[in-house]
Structures are given as C-alpha cells and as structure tokens.
Design a protein around this ligand. Structure first.
Ligand SMILES: [Zn+2]
Length: 464
C-alpha cells in the first residue's frame, strides 16, 4: 500500500501500488516522498473524500519496535503496512564513556574543587536516556504516520501480563489452562516473576517448563503461588522431591548453577562474590519469591538486560493517550496467544499485528514488504581527530552542510566516467571537499563522487 495525501498535504486513505502508478502516469498525482513512498493528489481535498477506520498497532521492544496498520474495509480487515523501528543501541555505554572522560578531566584539572556531584536533582517524569530515546523515537514515528495516513485508532502492548485477569492470585491450574488466554497470562507472569531464568540453577534462554515448587505428590496445589520456572533438566531431576531436599541433594543442579554463575561472572567481573551468596541464599529466596504479591512481583535480579521495558511501555501508553486518539492497551500474553493462533512467525511486525483484543479473526493477504528504519543520531561533534598517540592530525569544520548536501541525505547521482560511472541512488556522506561517499546499509559503496553529479531525492530530516 502507498500513502496518499490531498492537495493540501492532508492524509487520505492509502491506495494500492497499481493505483498509485496509474495516478502518477496520468498526471493526477506527484511523488511527495520516497520512504515510505507517498504520493500527493493534485485534484482532491480531504473534506470531499471518504474515510475508513485505520488502526496503528505497536509492539514496543528493547531493540526493535514492531509497527502494523490494519484497514477496516468493507471487505473485512486488511493488514496494509508492516514496519520495524530499530532503536539506537549503546546509549548507556556511550554516556558511561563520556562520564569517565569528564571525570578524568575534572580530576586532572580541578583537584581542589569542592564536590558537587550531590547537587543534582532529577525532574519529575525523568526517564533513563536509553528508555527516553526509545519512547521518543516511537512517538515521533507515530506523529509522522499520522501525517501520512488518517489513523483513527491506536493499539499498544502496554504490559507483559494482565494483572486484572489474574486478580485472584489463587486461581489454579496450568493443566487445564494451557492454550487459554489465562494460561498465557500465567506463563508471562511466571517469566517475569522468575526473571526468565530457572529458579533452581539460573539457566537462561532455554525452553522453560512450569514447575510445582511444592510437588503435587506431597499435596502441593496448582495455585499460581506454587508455580515456578524450571529448565527441563531441573524439572526432571526435581521430580517429586521437596524444595529443600532438591536444593541440598541434587549434584547435577549444583553443577549447572556453578556453570551459570561462571558465565555470569564472565559478563560482570566485579560481582563473583555476589554470585556466591546468591547461591547460598537460594532456598529462602525461592520461598520469599513464591509469596511475592502479584503486583511488582519481579524477581531480584543480577544485572538483567531487560531493564526499562516496563517503563518504556507505560510512558509510551501515557504519551499516546495524549494524542487524543482512542488507545487500546494489550498484554504481551494476549499478543503471543493471538500470534500463535494466526500461525504467524515470530517477527516484531507480526507481534504488532496481534496486539490487543481488537485483533480480527482473519486478515486479507499481508503486505509484501516491511519498512525498516532506525535512529541515525545527529552525527559526531568531535572537532579534531587524533593519531594513535593522541596528537591532533585532522580537523573538521563546524558546518554540517556542504554544497547543499548533508550526510544522510538520499541522493541520486549520475556519474559520467571513472571507476564509479553509472547511476547511484544511495545515502550520501557529505565532505567539505565536495567529493562525497555513497553508503548503503552503513557500508561505503562508492567514493569520490563530485557534488556536481548529485541531486537530493529526500533530505535526511524527512526520513521516518
Ligand atoms: Zn535449572
């Protein structure tokens, strides 16, 4: 599907590729932008046009946010757009780097200055920079979509599991809940509660099984508070032993736990000591965690990489409400159930398509391609490059634009002769010398192309 604007740049209903091509051929429309491809009709206004319901759905992720658009046409619901927003990686480590550099500098130059590091305050509504970047990027994408298509509803995955549905934590039975929405909610809840690792040996990234901590043979119940996550090995070897017995006796479990502790220590060399006491306190930790209340039940973690996703989801939901469009929230458990029911593969855009209770039973043929975009940042502010010993060898001007081009602009170049002769449609790296490089997917594909051969197709600020 192609996006369509009216003659005053107001969004109209998207149209098919074929229709867009015919409109362009007949001169009724012009190309408004390249990515995502949008045309502008020359003879139509929004107030004389008919509209249908268009729902934008979002599945926020840590690295990637899935986007899907559903058109509620007279012929039934139709998925018309798939997209993926790649979030900027490494924000935290870059800020850590900067902090280290500045601290070193302060230390070298202002040794006698009084300490000021406590004179700081966080504004209300402060978010960690990595979370804020994620939220801002997604909101910006939504705002841009609203300029391209007449979006009437929004859906967003705002929780991993729905505590409302599990209001009574004593609801029972994974056995007969498998496959139902409640079963999925319980599973997501357990994943969160036990921090996506085996409760007994800290195994990660395995096919988890739901396990009765107090075995059923010894009178243990099916209640959620008696359930934990276990890796297959622990589940089998625990069998019908009580918790204390299993933790004390099973050599295999101890070996696995030690292995995982080692792997963990490799990730975080400062904390092997923490890890040792992590193991000795396991019994009481598991017992305490079993009794943890439904809300805020997340397990105590050791350097979990999944931090910040709840904050992202909540803030996003909050800010989307502020757009004034009706916002539907959905749980991750529901998304997963619906995706599996539709037999869609595990992709961010299919997840987005399955967010929320409004997801229809069936769709018309999904779009043929996925629009992917990612944050490119605002470039480098380093004014001087150094050689390996730190001596400055090259300098940059403060200007970002050279000969009317800026790094990141999409250009079309017709190179008459030389090694790179031919036509190029790529992103440009603008240089003060006027001899530019072409990049595709972060790789340089051509270099030394004169600005005289280039023409801007879409400036970088117009990218989604
Ligand atoms: Zn295990």
């Amino acid at each position: 599907m192609m996006f369509v604007l009216d003659q005053h740049q107001k969004p109209l209903m998207p149209c098919t590729e074929k229709r867009a091509r015919l409109l362009l051929e007949r001169g009724r429309a012009v190309v408004h932008r390249q990515f995502p491809f949008t045309i502008r009709l020359k003879d139509r206004t929004a107030d004389t046009s008919a509209f249908q319901d268009l729902r934008l759905k979002l599945d926020p992720g840590r690295k990637t946010t899935g986007v899907a658009m559903i058109l509620d046409s007279t012929k039934g619901p139709k998925a018309i757009f798939f997209g993926e927003i790649g979030h900027k990686p490494g924000i935290q480590s870059r800020l850590d780097d900067r902090r280290t550099h500045r601290r070193g500098c302060w230390h070298r130059h202002t040794r006698y200055r009084a300490a000021r590091f406590d004179n700081r305050q966080r504004r209300t509504g402060w978010l960690p920079p990595s979370v804020k970047a994620r939220v801002d990027q997604t909101l910006r994408a939504v705002a841009k979509f609203r300029k391209l298509a007449p979006i009437t509803d929004l859906s967003v995955e705002h929780v991993k599991f729905d505590t409302q549905k599990m209001q009574n934590p004593e609801i029972s039975g994974i056995e007969y809940q498998q496959g139902t929405l409640l079963g999925y909610e319980i599973r997501e809840y357990l994943l969160e509660k036990w921090d996506r690792r085996c409760a007994y040996c800290d195994a990660e990234d395995v096919e988890f099984q739901v396990e009765h901590v107090h075995p059923k043979d010894l009178g243990g119940s099916d209640r959620v508070s008696n359930l934990a996550l276990a890796c297959p090995a622990c589940n089998i070897s625990k069998n019908n032993q009580s918790l204390a017995e299993f933790l004390a006796r099973d050599a295999g479990r101890r070996r696995r736990a030690a292995q995982h502790a080692k792997a963990y220590a490799g990730k975080d060399p400062h904390k092997p000591k923490d890890r040792a006491c992590w193991e000795t306190s396991r019994l009481e930790r598991i017992q305490r965690q079993m009794k943890a209340p439904l809300k805020g039940a997340a397990a105590p973690t050791l350097g979990s990489p999944r931090r910040g996703m709840n904050a992202t989801r909540w803030r996003l939901d909050d800010q989307l409400q502020a757009t004034g469009l009706p916002v539907e929230g959905g749980s991750g458990a529901r998304t997963k159930m619906q995706r599996i029911a539709h037999t869609f593969p595990k992709e961010h855009y299919y997840d987005a398509l399955c967010v929320g209770a409004s997801t229809p039973e069936s769709f018309a043929a999904p779009p043929a391609y996925v629009q992917a975009w990612s944050a490119k940042g605002h470039g480098n502010r380093q004014m001087c490059g150094t050689h390996q010993y730190g001596f400055p060898i090259r300098h940059r001007s403060r200007r970002r634009q050279h000969f009317g081009f800026q790094t990141g602009d999409l250009v079309v170049a017709r190179v008459p002769h030389g090694k790179y002769a031919g036509g190029w449609t790529e992103r440009v790296s603008a240089r003060a010398s006027g001899s530019f490089d072409m990049t595709a997917g972060g790789q340089r594909v051509a270099q030394g192309i004169s600005y005289r051969h280039c023409l801007i197709l879409q400036p970088r600020w117009m990218a989604l």
